[in-house]
Design a protein around this ligand. Sequence first.
Ligand code: IDP
Length: 148
Amino acid sequence: MTEPTTVTVECTLVLVKPDGVRRGLSGEILRRIEAKGYTLAAVELKHATPELLAQHYAEHEGKPFYAPLVEFMLSGPVLAVVAEGQGVIAGFRSLAGATDPTAAAPGTIRGDLGRDWGLKVQQNLVHGSDSPESAAREIGLWFPQTAA
Ligand code: IDP
């Protein structure tokens, strides 16, 4: 059987959330992305704005955790990252682990480094785009200078 020859290189938006930046875990999270073989195409420390977060989290508007999530995301700087590589959208979400750090598997960012979700439910260290459409939209929001 021959190996497939098509290599689809894609980009995803990763955010190291304010808990990750505050706890000094940005370097460890970038290290895991690079160790997996992905490339860092852009890295920038940013302060989110309510307007940016309203767009970024539009799908969650109206949910009970929406307002605390936005408040948390405004509580400190966020490290915005564009990671590039074959299968990086699904691959980073697998590196990140389950949304709830208490349930996330050992070996994942949230499983190894995340704190018990019972305390601060929004605080799960990282965001990663969940589809090619979300990745394009989110990269355009956080890195508007890269938009075509
Ligand atoms: P994901 O980040 O694993 O893709 P989403 O369901 O897209 O998870 O939710 C976005 C973010 O909203 C989560 O990362 C987490 O910070 C927060 N969140 C999701 N579900 C809950 C919840 O049930 N309670 C509190 N916060 C939540």
